[in-house]
Design a protein around this ligand. Structure first.
Ligand code: ADP
Length: 232
């Protein structure tokens, strides 16, 4: 299986002169199509910085990220991200006064997809996350677990090859967190989307095919998830 995303000697330095701080010190990582991968490490180890660069939300100081051998920074990174990446955040980031449906179809609206087509796609994504009956509800009226499902549906609606989840269960209780984790792994298996999960939750990380551990901006280990069972 060919690698779909490769980080090559990625370094990120914040600040200048005396305030210079190396947040990533040369990251090399091949993320293979369809796999699940957890990024773990203490607070400040560089997880968010890595995630921002991997998704093209920020550029590296040196080094590169390539998808199918083309740098994600070589042309319009925003377009690349819009077409290939779905991101789920700990804080959901929904438009709280808009309907669930409006929230989910937004990425397609931004891409200029027609009204009918984006509505159908949003309803299909809501069905995948088990929230068809909430399409017309105001996002703010949902529970935390439901909000995260909406955020996942919004991430899915463009049918991305890469699903990135930043502490997806961080704001949820155990039961809802488990339901969201199950859903993410199911989407990884069923849709074949590569899943990259940033998490503090060691148990959750072990369910990924590979666990990448960061320390002080460096990868200190890459190994198989103990509970992954060799499955994607
Ligand atoms: P993590 O997600 O593992 O907590 P981060 O990637 O957020 O780690 O941060 C890594 C290091 O880079 C931290 O020491 C943090 O203080 C620093 N850092 C992050 N963003 C900035 C920034 N915009 N300017 C300066 N330093 C930053």
């Amino acid at each position: 299986m060919s690698a779909s995303l490769i980080m090559k000697d990625v370094k990120k330095v914040y600040g200048k002169g005396e305030n210079e701080f190396a947040a990533l010190k040369g990251i090399n990582l091949d993320i293979k199509k369809g796999e699940s991968i957890a990024i773990v490490g203490r607070s400040g180890s560089g997880k968010s910085t890595l995630m921002h660069i991997l998704t093209g939300m920020d550029s590296p100081s040196t080094g590169d990220v390539t998808s199918e051998e083309v740098s994600i920074f070589s042309s319009s990174t925003d377009v690349w991200r819009g077409q290939n990446v779905g991101i789920v955040f700990q804080q959901f980031f929904l438009q709280s006064n808009n309907s669930v449906l409006e929230n989910v179809l937004l990425p397609l609206k931004i891409q200029g997809v027609g009204r009918r087509e984006r509505q159908d796609a949003a309803l299909a994504a809501l069905e995948q996350v088990g929230l068809s009956d909430k399409a017309k509800s105001k996002a703010n009226d949902l529970s935390g677990g439901q909000k995260q499902r909406v955020a996942i549906a919004r991430a899915l609606v463009t049918n991305p090859q890469l699903l990135v989840a930043d502490e997806p269960t961080g704001n949820l209780d155990t039961e809802n967190g488990e339901a969201i984790a199950k859903l993410l792994f199911e989407l990884n298996r069923k849709n074949g989307a590569t899943l990259v999960m940033i998490t503090h939750d060691e148990e959750l990380a072990e369910r990924c095919l590979r666990v990448v551990r960061l320390k002080d901006g460096e990868i200190i280990s890459i190994r198989k998830g103990k509970s992954s069972g060799g499955k994607k």
